[in-house]
Design a protein around this ligand. Structure first.
Ligand code: FMN
Length: 258
């Protein structure tokens, strides 16, 4: 196994950090790895905000579903899907007049542009995660940065065509799981040539291990009698998930104003 595969296979999300700053060179290496990620049309449709301020980190603990480890992370990056920079450049380049002359449509950023900018931002984020991991620096994504759009918009001065798709906390691990966290068997994930919905038996088999682990020696957990019910309450049906959808809807409405 080569060292890259080794890093990929052993990475775990790290949520507790040593009280140790990252060196400037380490931060630069992580950011340079992000910039080297593949990017649609070589456009770098993302921006990255390093959150240095302790007060802002403390606020993010609250606005990102009360996750206290955010304020303990020595290095915090927010990855923004960003079409603003390119659209500003198009406007600066008199593209509207050009379109009129050429008889081609002039348009504002739309849904597809948001999706591709999100792809760019996330791929850059994952490069940063793997670069950090290869240097012994742990990390954890915070998807909850998508919540409370109005608050984050104000905090970070976000224009309409910028959306915070992910935050990543970095730091030297204070402790690490003994082994990587389990994944579903690939046979449920990978298909050939077309998509295939899983049968009820396959669904049972897929979740069997997680259910057995969670419900070991107990017939129910917070009213749930199986893993599906438990997970629905904890994630999909939880308040934070509903807030995320509300918030994304608000951001999309602003993105799609024109
Ligand atoms: C898009 C995304 C959002 C996530 N958001 C959070 C989060 O808000 N808080 C958190 O503690 N972990 C978060 N995680 C980390 C996952 O919980 C973690 O990747 C998963 O449990 C598997 O564990 P592992 O990364 O150690 O393999 C997120 C991961 C991803 C990819």
């Amino acid at each position: 196994m080569n060292s890259t595969i080794n890093v990929l296979e052993n990475r775990c999300s790290i949520r507790s950090y040593l009280d140790q700053e990252l060196m400037v060179e380490e931060k630069e290496t992580i950011l340079n790895a992000a910039y080297r990620a593949p990017t649609a049309g070589n456009m770098m449709l993302y921006s990255i905000i390093e959150v240095e301020s302790k007060q802002i980190k403390e606020k993010l603990v609250e606005t990102c579903d009360n996750q206290p480890f955010i304020k303990k992370a020595p290095f915090v990056l927010i990855f923004l899907a960003d079409y603003q920079r390119w659209f500003d450049y198009y406007q600066h380049s008199q593209v509207e007049e050009f379109c009129q002359q050429q008889g081609i449509p002039y348009r504002f950023p739309q849904e597809g542009d948001l999706m591709i900018a999100c792809s760019d931002a996330l791929i850059a984020a994952q490069n940063a995660v793997i670069a950090a991991e290869s240097m012994g620096i742990g990390s954890c994504y915070i998807g909850d940065i998508m919540e409370n759009y109005e608050v984050h918009r104000e905090m970070f001065d976000l224009p309409p065509y910028v959306f915070p798709i992910a935050m990543v906390c970095f730091g030297y691990p204070a402790n690490k799981p003994d082994q990587p966290r389990p994944r579903f068997d690939g046979k449920f994930i990978r298909f050939k040539d077309s998509y295939r919905r899983l049968s009820p038996d396959e669904l049972d088999e897929m979740f069997n291990e997680r259910e057995a682990l969670l419900f070991k020696n107990r017939p129910e957990l917070n009213g749930a009698v199986n893993f599906g019910q438990f997970q629905y309450r904890r994630k999909f049906g939880a308040d934070f998930s509903q807030e995320m959808s509300r918030s994304v809807r608000a951001a999309m409405a602003r993105w799609l104003e024109h």
